[in-house]
Structures are given as C-alpha cells and as structure tokens.
Ligand binder design. Sequence first.
Ligand code: NFE
Ligand code: MG
Length: 499
Amino acid sequence: MAKIIIDPLTRVEGHLRIDTRIEDGKVVDSWCKGEMFRGFETLLLGRDPFDAPVITQRICGVCPVSHAVASSLCLEDALGIVVPDNGKMMRNLVLGANYLQSHILHFYQLSALDFINVEDILSYTGRDAKLLEVQEWAKQELNSNRVLPVAPFLPKSKGDYPKDKKWNLTALGHYLEALDMRQEAHSMAALFGGKMPHTASLLPGGVTTGVDAATVENFRSRLKKIKRFIETVYLPDILEVARLYPAYANIGRGVSRYLSYGVFQEGSGTWLPGGVLKDDVLSPLNTDLIGEDVSKSYYKSSPSDHPSASVTTVQQHKEGAYTWIKAPRYNGESYEVGPLARLLVASAAGDTEVTAAVAGLLKSSGLKSSQLNSALGRHAARALESLLVAQRMERWLDALQPGQPTVGKYHGNKDRKGEGLTEAPRGALGHWISIEKGKIGGYQNVVPSTWNFSPRDANGSLGPVEQSLIGTDVDLSYQGLEIARIVRSFDPCIACAIH
Ligand code: NFE
Ligand code: MG
C-alpha cells in the first residue's frame, strides 16, 4: 500500500491538501482537506446588512464579483428591492468579465503547467523572437531559486509530457498572453464595477456607476480582444490538450449529479437556467433540500443544517474531523457544480444555443458526450462557457440604455430573511441572511468549492472530488501528477470553500 499526499495542491487560491491511498497502482481512497479557517460568517454578525456585499467580496480575489452579486440578491430578497433592467445588465457585464478572467486564469496560470514540459523549452534553438522571449522568461523563472512550492514551476514532477516542442513553447507563450487578457478583463469589469478585484459599485439595488455611450464602447473594444483570444488561443489549446492527453477524457469521472442555481439575470429569469440533474433527469431546484453536513468538518453541528438557519461554530479538535470545509448536500447527496454542470443543466433544460455549442465542442474535440464527465471534459466545458459568455456579453451591451436608472430604491432595513442565489465561475453560490433588529443576525455562504471539495458526510458518502479520484491509475514516479490534474479540473478555490 502507498499513499500520495499533495499539500498544497492549490496554486495561490487557499490551502488544499489531498490525501490518497494507493493499492496495486490505483487510488482506492481519498480525502480532501481544507487547511485554513477564515471566519467570514462569524465576523458579519451584528453588522449593518449593507456591509455584507462589501465584506463578502473579500472572501476571494478571484471571484469577488459573484459574492457581491449573491450578497446583493440576498438583501434584495430580504428587503424587497427591485433592480432596474440597466442594473441587471451591468451586473451581468461585470460578472461576465469576472468569469472570463477567472476561466482564463484557471486554465493558463493554474492548470496549463501540468500539461507543459517547461524544461523542454530550454533546449529550443530556433529564432522565433516571441518564443525566444518566452524562453528567456522561463530560464529566469527556473533559475530563480524560488523555494515556495506555489511558484509556477515548482514542484515539477516527472510525467507523461509530450515531446512536442512547438506545443510546449507555444503554450508557455500563451501563459504570458493570458496575463494580459486577465488585465484586460479586470479593466473591463472596473468600467462598471468602479474598481477591481473588489468592486465599489455593485450594491443591493443594482450598480451605481451609471451608463454612458463612451464607457459602453470602451467595454466593447476590450471584450472583442478577449473574445478573439478565447476563439483563437484558449479553445484551440484545449483541443490540443485533448489530442495530446486523450487518457484524461476517461479519468476524473465525478458523481454524475449536477446542480446549478442559474445565472445572469434577464427579465425575471436567468440566461443560464437553474436545475438539478441526476441520472440524466432534470428537476427544478428546491433550495429547501440544501443542507450542510459537518460530521467530518471542524465545526459543532448546528440545530438546523439549512443555511437559512444554521450557525457556524468552530470545534477545532473534533474527533474524526479532517477539514475546515463543510459538506453541502442536496436531498442528502453530493453534487458537482461548475461550468460543466451549468452547460449540462442548460442543455437538459432545452437551451438550443448551449446544446448546439456543446455538440460543436464534441465534434471538434473528438470527445463522446459521456466523456464530458472527466478531467478533460471540465476544462473543455470551461473554455466553451467562456466563449458563450463573451458572446452573450455583446447582447447585454446592446441592451444597455444610457441615461436610464441603474439602481432601485431602498426603504430601510426590516427584520426579514433573504436568499441570494447565483453562479460564480466555479459553480453554485448561495448567500443567506437573517436581519434581526436591523443588523445581521445570521449569515451563511454555501460556496462552489465547498460543494466540490466537500468531505465525507454522516452517511460516509464521499465529496465529488474525493469520489472522482477513486479508481485512477497512478504511476508512483509521477508523484501524484494524475491526481493533481484531476483535482485541478474542478478549479479549486479553498479561500472560497472555507470562507
Ligand atoms: Ni475563490 Fe469562488 C468562484 C466562489 S469558488 S473563486 O468561482 O464563490 O468556490
Ligand atoms: Mg458557509
């Protein structure tokens, strides 16, 4: 019997440890461990409810916009605030810009190095100026004597990297180009968000920056650049990974249960629909069925496990517990959330554009539809969603009405409960508030990476990522590279997961 432990597995976003038990070259058991407590749900108590969108954005620097949106929706629900269409469209545009930067970040900065042989580029002897520039940059990085394991190229284990110099060099060049695209996406979000990464203008009621024609055109020109990058670089690179690493279409299979809350408000509904997909059957979402189990988490159990009434109380030295991540369950079962879940739910709900786009992706990648439920499938879904979001953003820009209201009226705090559901780049995000004597009496976040990286529950059922590793063949000399690739396909953010 062998063990493979990867700690930290995350590049930058929080502290994730993965433990696995290996028998006869296969993963037979696995544990997801979130290693750092944060405490946002506790520090919100007693504050003005309007502090919540400002404070909860600080849960994360990667998806702050989703927290601002979830929190705003939560207060709008509690206080009966109505958002004008302009406000909804602006929010969609800021959230869309945040999706684009997050998905690009995830593939290039947080995952692609698992698929690139960085050392290979040192032996490049060609004359392509761009590639030479990349080579020079990589040399400096490799010789920088960085000791932090989160530095981009460390740790670098042995692995099944392709001997395809062109891929290694070109993809590494795209790593650098992706940084520029993220900057562009942040600038774009700041046009309506006021600033980034944490916006200043997204509040309950809408967006306070207002709409004018010059800003709309500024936004449009940046969006065009990013869309071109997605079409000509990101999607083709994903197809190349699919060609070079076909085995990853058959491993990392998840729990085959998908949940989406629906996202991007249009009129009284959302563009991407909410729903629950189990055994290929779509059911409407019923948030009463959500509960957070803490059997294996360092918290005391709460009188209610529903986020509208549950309480977060730390119990650090709890027998049998192994993580700071709670275990969200829907009707007692774990669910995968994220871009793949959103696209599958939208297809099952009959969205013809999404269905056609997924069919196109399957054709160009050679993946079968059953292979979407895999490490590669998740990367492909994320890249495809980037394109769909960028295309939809053009429509939202067209729908903006310069000079018209962007914020709805606020009539004072009332002692009420609210629920705010949206989708962050990594999946279903919910905020729940109880307002008591005009202050926050209860606040709970149930976050995408909490769903995906959850531990076992009281029934002993594994969380989605834990489950996805079982049965994976590993080459021990690769030091867990296969495991890391599968786990990263879920796009972990443990800063969010624990909050
Ligand atoms: Ni910290 Fe987040 C997203 C949220 S993930 S990145 O996307 O909410 O759990
Ligand atoms: Mg929580």
